[in-house]
Design a protein around this ligand. Structure first.
Ligand SMILES: NC(=O)c1ccc[n+]([C@@H]2O[C@H](COP(=O)([O-])OP(=O)(O)OC[C@H]3O[C@@H](n4cnc5c(N)ncnc54)[C@H](OP(=O)(O)O)[C@@H]3O)[C@@H](O)[C@H]2O)c1
Length: 325
C-alpha cells in the first residue's frame, strides 16, 4: 500500500516517494548528466524500481563511481554508462549511433545535464555555451534517438528546465550573444526557456507516436551546478535560503519532479506541460522567479506554441537534427 498520497506530492516529496507502487521492470531509461547531482539520484531511483538505466557522462571515471554506488544501493546490475559530451555535435552523433545499435526501445529519456552561469564561451560547433549545451545538444540527441522512443509505444521525454527561465526568453535575433553583451544569468535563462519550449515542440510532433514530453523545474538544490558562481553570489543565495525567501531541497527531493514527469500515470495526455514540485504549473508573468512562489509558476513565453515552433526551426538549422516521422 502506498504511504504517500499522490495528490499530496509537493516541495519535499522525494524521487523514491514518487515511485512508490510503480514497477519499471522491462523499461529502459536514459539520463543525461548522470555523473552528479540530480541525474545520479534520478538514475538511482529509476534503477531501484527495476528499470534498465543508461547514464551519460563526459567524465567516465567520475560516472563509473556513481554507477558502482547505484548498483550497490539498488542491487540492480543493469546499469551502464556511455560517454557523451553535449557541447560537441560529433560526440552526440557518435553516442546516438552507439545507442541505437546497442539498445532497443527507449521508454524514458531525461534530458538532465546542464551548465549554469558559466563565463562566455562556445561549444565545439560555435554556439554560445549554455544555449549550445543545455538546449541544442539535447535537441540533436533527442531527434537522433527518437526512433527508439517511438519504438517504445509509450515513452516520456523530460526536459530539465529551471525557474531561471524567467531570466530571459529565447532572444531569436541573437541566441549566440554576437550583437549584445553577454550576461551569464540571462544566457542561462535563455537556455532554460529553450528547454521548456523544446518539450512543447517535441510533444506536438511525437504525441501521436506514443511519446509525451514535459519540462520541469526541480527546485533549488545545492549541487555542483553552482561551480561557476562567485563567492558573493553563493552568499546571496545562502542569505535568501536562511531568510526563508528561497526554500532549498535535498538532492532526493530535487530529483522528484523529473522522476514524476517520467513515470506518473496521471500525467498521460498532459504532454507539453511545465511542472514544479510534482505539479503542473500555471502561468504567472509578474512574480519573482526565484521566490518560493515564483518557483511554482511558469512564464507564458516558456510554453508559447509559436515560440516553440520558431525555436524548432532554428534548432533544426543549427544542428541538422530532424525527426524522422
Ligand atoms: N540544482 C539546482 O538548484 C537546479 C535548479 C534548477 C534547474 N536545475 C537543472 O538541473 C539539471 C541538473 O543539475 P544539477 O543541479 O544536478 O547539477 P550538476 O550536479 O552540476 O550536474 C550537471 C550534470 O550535467 C553534466 N554536464 C554539464 N555540462 C555537460 C556537457 N557539456 N556535456 C555532458 N554533460 C554535461 C555534468 O557533468 P560533469 O559531472 O562532468 O560536470 C553533470 O553530470 C541541470 O539541467 C540544471 O540546469 C538545477
Amino acid at each position: 500500500m502506498n504511504t504517500h498520497a499522490r495528490d499530496a506530492f509537493g516541495h519535499d516529496t522525494t524521487a523514491d516517494e514518487v515511485l512508490e507502487g510503480i514497477d519499471l521492470t522491462g523499461k529502459l531509461a536514459l539520463v543525461t548528466g548522470g555523473s552528479s547531482g540530480l541525474g545520479a539520484e534520478t538514475a538511482r531511483a529509476l534503477a531501484s524500481k527495476g528499470a534498465r538505466v543508461v547514464i551519460t557522462a563526459r567524465d567516465l571515471a567520475k560516472a563509473q563511481s556513481v554507477l558502482a554506488d547505484i548498483k550497490s544501493a539498488t542491487g540492480n546490475q543493469d546499469i551502464a554508462v556511455e560517454e557523451l559530451e553535449l557541447a560537441s555535435f560529433d560526440s552526440i552523433r557518435a553516442f546516438a549511433q552507439r545507442f541505437l545499435e546497442k539498445y532497443g526501445a527507449l521508454d524514458i529519456l531525461i534530458n538532465n545535464a546542464g551548465v549554469m552561469a558559466c563565463p562566455k564561451g562556445k561549444t565545439e560547433d560555435g554556439f554560445e555555451r549554455q544555449f549550445g549545451t543545455n538546449h541544442l545538444g539535447h535537441f540533436l540527441l533527442t531527434t537522433l534517438i527518437a526512433p527508439a522512443l517511438i519504438k517504445s509505444g509509450s515513452a516520456r521525454v523530460v526536459s530539465v528546465s529551471s525557474a531561471g527561465h524567467r531570466f530571459s526568453p529565447v532572444v531569436f535575433e541573437d541566441v549566440n550573444y554576437e550583437n549584445r553583451d553577454y550576461e551569464k544569468w540571462q544566457a542561462y535563462g535563455q537556455s532554460k526557456t529553450a528547454n521548456a519550449l523544446f518539450a512543447v515542440g517535441l510533444n506536438g510532433r511525437l504525441k501521436d507516436h506514443g511519446v509525451e514530453a514535459f519540462s520541469i523545474h526541480p527546485g533549488a538544490i545545492p549541487t555542483d551546478l553552482a561551480r561557476h558562481m562567485s563567492e558573493e553570489e553563493i552568499e546571496g543565495f545562502r542569505q535568501r535560503a536562511e531568510s526563508g525567501e528561497m526554500r532549498l531541497k535535498t538532492v532526493e527531493s530535487g530529483a522528484a519532479t523529473q522522476t514524476y514527469a517520467a513515470t506518473a500515470p496521471e500525467l498521460e495526455g498532459h504532454g507539453g506541460a511545465y511542472l514544479a514540485d510534482c505539479r503542473i504549473c500555471t502561468v504567472d508573468d509578474t512574480i519573482d522567479g526565484l521566490s518560493n512562489d515564483g518557483m511554482s509558476f511558469v512564464s507564458s513565453y516558456a510554453i508559447d506554441p509559436e515560440a516553440a515552433e520558431r525555436l524548432w526551426v532554428l534548432s533544426e538549422e543549427a544542428t541538422g537534427g530532424r525527426l524522422a516521422v
